[in-house]
Design a protein around this ligand. Structure first.
Ligand code: NDP
Length: 251
């Protein structure tokens, strides 16, 4: 927890998976636009702190950093107790933390399966459940889920990942219907191939053959995703319950 500046009239965005990749870019754009940040990661707290300090200094916003495993209900509960104790309420929740598993389904252990589903899907449940009471009381709030085109169409050797993101898409649509009468907006961005460490396992040949499949001819960048998420997060509240593809025309 950083020392609090007197910036309480600003909106606060909570970003999971903010230590690198898409989450790091999300933190940057929201800080640049004057939002206070709550940044979460799992194992990379020191690295994330360095970025957080820079953002706080450069954009004069409050930044709070936590190492919280989104796949664990108890850790999310503890996080929100701490936020509440510091009188921090969340205006925008971005469920971005995610992991992939590449391999044949028949080789997956129970633990491999649970880890993917709990991180990518249950994590969004735990955080959304925690932010909603305060959002509903204020009749204001937005939830954005970072999903994948594999959740729309499925990917061979990524069955658990596809199932988790397909679940996240259905979660988005259902929750949007449930909370729209309370003034809360819920959307998902289904990303295509984005150039982050999540794809570090691919060889250059594999990457190049993927680029050939993508009409835009290249991967998206984390900054492009973040810019688009920011637009959706600040667009009309009438846009809700949508799973919006961001994939260079791929799928
Ligand atoms: P990265 O692997 O670059 O970053 C993942 C982030 O999630 C890290 O900050 C990591 O924290 C965090 N994280 C992982 N597990 C947990 C956990 N259990 N609890 C808390 N934080 C956790 O991934 P990307 O930036 O590429 O992906 C971000 C999101 O975008 C994911 O949901 C992913 O599925 C989705 N996406 C990505 C695509 C791509 O091509 N890159 C395509 C489609 C969707 P730590 O550093 O501590 O491990």
């Amino acid at each position: 927890m950083d020392e609090k500046k007197n910036l309480t009239n600003r909106k606060t965005v909570l970003i999971t998976g903010a230590s690198r990749g898409i989450g790091k870019s999300l933190a940057e754009i929201f800080a640049k636009e004057g939002y206070n940040l709550v940044m979460l990661c799992h194992n990379s707290l020191n690295i994330m702190w360095e970025d957080a300090r820079k953002l706080s200094e450069e954009y004069d916003v409050n930044v709070y950093c936590y190492a919280t495993d989104v796949s664990k209900s108890a850790e999310i509960k503890k996080l929100f107790e701490d936020l509440s104790a510091h009188e921090i309420s969340i205006d925008i929740l971005i469920n971005n933390a995610g992991i992939s598993y590449v391999g044949l389904l028949q080789d997956m252990t129970d633990n491999d399966w649970d880890e993917v589903i709990k991180t990518n899907l249950s994590g969004a449940f735990y955080t959304s459940r925690a932010v909603l009471p305060s959002m509903i009381a204020r009749k204001e709030g937005r939830i954005l889920n970072i999903s994948s085109v594999w959740g729309n169409i499925g990917a061979s050797t990524e069955v658990a990942y596809s199932a988790s993101k397909g679940g996240l898409n259905a979660f988005t649509k259902a929750l949007a219907k449930e909370v729209a009468p309370s003034g809360i907006v819920v959307n998902a961005i289904a990303c295509g191939y984005i150039d982050t460490s999540m794809n570090a396992h691919l060889s250059m040949d594999e990457k190049e053959s993927l680029y050939e499949e993508i009409p835009s001819g290249r991967p998206g960048t984390p900054d492009e995703v973040a810019g688009f998420v920011y637009q959706i997060a600040t667009s009309s509240k009438y846009l809700t319950g949508q799973v919006i593809k961001f994939d260079g025309g791929w799928i």
